[in-house]
Design a protein around this ligand. Sequence first.
Ligand SMILES: CCCCCCCCCCCCC/C=C/[C@@H](O)[C@H](CO)NC(=O)CCCCCCCCCCCCCCC
Ligand SMILES: Nc1ncnc2c1ncn2[C@@H]1O[C@H](COP(=O)(O)OP(=O)(O)OP(=O)(O)O)[C@@H](O)[C@H]1O
Ligand SMILES: [Ca+2]
Length: 568
Amino acid sequence: MERPSRLLLLSELRVRNAAHSVSLSRSLLTWKRRGSSPLYHPFRPRFCLPRLRRRSDSGSCHIVPVSEIISVREEDEENGSGRRDDGSWKKIKERDVKDCRQAFTVLYVERSGQHRWRCAEVTFTCSDTTLCQRWISNIREQLAAIASRPRRLLVYINPFGGKRQGKRVYEQKVAPLFLQAGIFTDVIVTEYANHARDHLRTEAELKQFDGVVCVGGDGMFSEIVHGLIWRTQIDGGVDVNCPDEALLPCSLRIGIIPAGSTDCICFATVGTNDPVTSALHIIVGDSQPMDVCSVHHNNTFLRYSVSLLGYGFYGDVLTDSERKRWMGPARYDFSGVKMFLTHHYYEGTVSYLPARGILGTPRDTARCRSGCVVCQRNGQLLSERAERYETDEGPDGETEREWRTIRGKFLAINAASMSCACPRSPKGLSPAAHLADGTTDLILVRKCSRFDFLRHLLRHTSKDDQFDMTFVEVHRVRRFRFAPRHCQSDSDLELDLQENGKRQIFSQICRDHPACGCAPSYSSWNCDGEILTHTAIDVRVHCQLVKLFARGIEEPAVFEDLTNPCAI
Ligand SMILES: CCCCCCCCCCCCC/C=C/[C@@H](O)[C@H](CO)NC(=O)CCCCCCCCCCCCCCC
Ligand SMILES: Nc1ncnc2c1ncn2[C@@H]1O[C@H](COP(=O)(O)OP(=O)(O)OP(=O)(O)O)[C@@H](O)[C@H]1O
Ligand SMILES: [Ca+2]
């Protein structure tokens, strides 16, 4: 429960020529039309503001948390003639012009449904210039005191992501907002793949920035994650090739302005893939920690993953779709249908270390939302465990006997470190997965009929449980390994030969003679939209390794008269 803090200012100001009682405390800006019920007294008992309830309209009463004010603009003489601080022009009513010498405009976040945020503004007209200046400087002081807000950002734009709109989106929708909020930016338009990653790793002078922003899709975000993690480990002397090494968390936050084909990271951390919403989350200085999986092959680092590691169906969809980049985002649907019809399955061994002693399971009905308790609690538990490891236990408190092994034929092996919600599947691959709980959900879809696989896929788009099927299993894990059948150890192969001597020999022959039309033995790993070079991998989740300018998906606000300060 939040108690109202002491009022800094309380004045009668005019909004659209109507008298309003306007107050500013350390946490809230409120304005209420005079003549309706009186302005609430801040020390009156029973006032509380639920964490997710940010703004309330009751008649003409408005409440804006100071943390969601973007900026305050003085409407001086020049502005009175219709000119904004950023040089652009705005329509201004004649009535307002005569008052503009003593007016100021507050820009703030307004929610507009489906997790979208908009920049709204309100102009207050004061009776005298001194009062106007007091209001402006008080609000500016409050904003300057918010340490979590970024002042300087390094921005990378991929001009070729998604529908190739990245540059236009940034220039038209995002840059004007950053300017209003007084954020300085260094902008780099990338010239080739991995430009941003390599610039971050070796050249960028990161000390002067409060965050890094990428304009593009999940692939672009992945570049930033790789650049920042590498840089942090190099600076901290961590050997990234060793899968058992604990990685150092990155201090700079990352912002995503969505302009890609899937935008699943943005969707899962903000709730929508809208560039203005993301820009506003960056401006208000939100922070959302996120798990990162490291992927190794034979003690060699391959890649990091934050969303999906998928072998079989999603690996094949990606491989096929890469040849059709010219189709834009539709390439995934085309390749999806093609790979569905192809219906390949793959044999291999999956071993995993179940996540024990933490909150949450993959079949929970609760979802990871803003301020998620599961993520907070598990983050604490895992860091306490890591501290203990410094003295006695094994990494992640693991022991060899806790590992489980499953052999089989799989249509898909997916590890979802977050829900992977996206416009194609608003609940995602693993709806109950958490952004920052230190685990990934390992989903095994065994060989089944096309019809059953279609039923499973369709459930990603409806309320039905995609895991409630006999050929699907899901495990929440801290680590896992995969070895395709023909890549198994010598002893495993020997066992296979004894068990299935003939079949093994025929499958070998068929691999060498593709003309016989039998299924391929190997798929590829789709690692956040990039194809991995190896099929045998060792994956480990690193809890809360990076932070985003986001706050997780907000629950819809509940408005109650009792909790509405304007109604008291
Ligand atoms: C019948 C409709 C079923 C719809 C089922 C939709 C499930 C979609 C689940 C999407 C999960 C996305 C996970 C995110 C992964 C990202 O890190 C990565 C990088 O951006 N994106 C992809 O790899 C891009 C992966 C894109 C995968 C698209 C798969 C489309 C499947 C369509 C199957 C159609 C079968 C129709 C048969 C008549
Ligand atoms: N200037 C560039 N030229 C060519 N490729 C680039 C350039 N800049 C970045 N890339 C690469 O383009 C790839 C795709 O970019 P991005 O993720 O922005 O879009 P997308 O693939 O359409 O979206 P999504 O990843 O959401 O499916 C990334 O892997 C990135 O490395
Ligand atoms: Ca997770």
